[in-house]
Design a protein around this ligand. Sequence first.
Ligand code: XMP
Length: 517
Amino acid sequence: MNNPQMVLIVDFGAQYTQLIARRVREAHVYCEVVPYFTPLDEIAGWHPIGIILSGGPASVLDEDAPRVDPGLYALGVPVLGICYGMQLTAHLLGGTVERAGQREYGPVPVRFDTRCPLFADMPEESVCWMSHTYHVTQAPQGFISTARSDNCAFCAMADEERRLYAVQFHPEVTHTQYGRQLLSNFLTHICGAAGDWTMSTFIDRAVEAIRQRVGEEDHVLLGLSGGVDSSVAAALIARAIGSRLTCVYVDHGFMRAGETETVKDVFTRIFPVNLVAVDAGERFLGRLKGICDPEEKRKRIGAEFVACFADEARRLENVRFLAQGTIYPDVIESGSVKGSAVIKSHHNVGGLPDDVASRFTGGLVEPLRMLFKDEVRSLGEALGLPEELVWRQPFPGPGLAIRVMGEVTADKLAVVRASDAILREEMAAAGLTRSVSQYFTVLTDTLSVGVMGDECTRENVLALRAVTTDDFMTVDWARLPWELLSRISERIVNEVPHVNRIVYDITTKPPATVEWE
Ligand code: XMP
């Protein structure tokens, strides 16, 4: 097996820890994040080429402050402490940490000793992002100050002989002008990283790890939603254990045109797993009869989904492991420092019944736990998943059911599904599928009057929504070209029965949300 160089990031609960991991990966160096209480022999056992100590909200002066075994500094492995990581290093090695006269927060000009390899190819002064209440006032023996600001004599310190480095500011955030350079200096000049980590090294390692975890006989169950994360997880696990992976795909009948067919094709032909596809459209539609409230729809769909999945799981023998497409941002959300692996609740398989959950005596298999979304997509491509799966736009768990406003019926679903398919085709033809973050149609519950031939019609207004965003917390509406909007509108009214009026949603979030329900 390929054993790539790896950097360990020891997490003290900082909000920026995932950014550190991201920056290291961007430098093509493999890294993993471990909680601060990881035993020293386990840390040594990873054979890291470097260790980064993250920031954190605590004060090292508190009695119960999170710490590491000071033996970490004697492993002979280069260490970079960041913020709390710097204070902890000073504290554990005999320096002094004190409460600063004034809390320092925001951009601060810092002067560097550029003879230090950590600051190679950086100007002597640049702006760094600070966020701290405590600072080092005396460095431990062997360390010297390597950067200072007007307020702080120890913006950075180093013991070159032992290859121990620390910075008070945050090199991982973009507000620190030369932050990337600094991290890259640490990795390359100090840790000797080759910067050759690629997805194929990740695949080899992950496949080996899955095989070891699951063993020769046991089976793994995975709930396949058709989304990027569960599809990539399935493909990776299939690479490791083939048809000992059972994927349950619950088709709730609210998928977009062609999606179910793609999932079935990919996981029978390209990645042959034991695919159980449940056609539950009628069952779900029945549960939504007469229901208009969006939250009630979501609740019922979620509960029904779990029930369907659980029914299938009960039928399977020998399945000791439950796999999930949990990705790194989900891990962070659920608090990696506490090491908790919770079942992804905002997705469909939230809260499995006890009798089902207790079958998974082997535990969870989450091979994407350490990956960011863009890395998951690269992995999907490297594994050979089709582009339409890998680059699929976000799609809500309850699917088209929340894009039919009010009561969901088969007829209304057909209108949304057909109009959505035309919109997607035209967006693809215009080359906009990656620059526009999400786009879809909504069948409103507002009736409008139209005319067709000599006939007067009354139909529900159809809305088009297309948004751009980085994080879906705030969004802008996409400035689609007029000609494109015109073509989409013409095609939908001509090809989809029961559409006589189309509007384009030109609201940002906030105040609107992305979805209409
Ligand atoms: P909103 O409408 O909250 O959407 O601005 C933000 C993002 O979340 C998606 N979304 C959902 N995803 N279950 C999901 O899995 C849901 O109930 C749900 N509601 C909204 C939405 O499509 C957008 O990407």
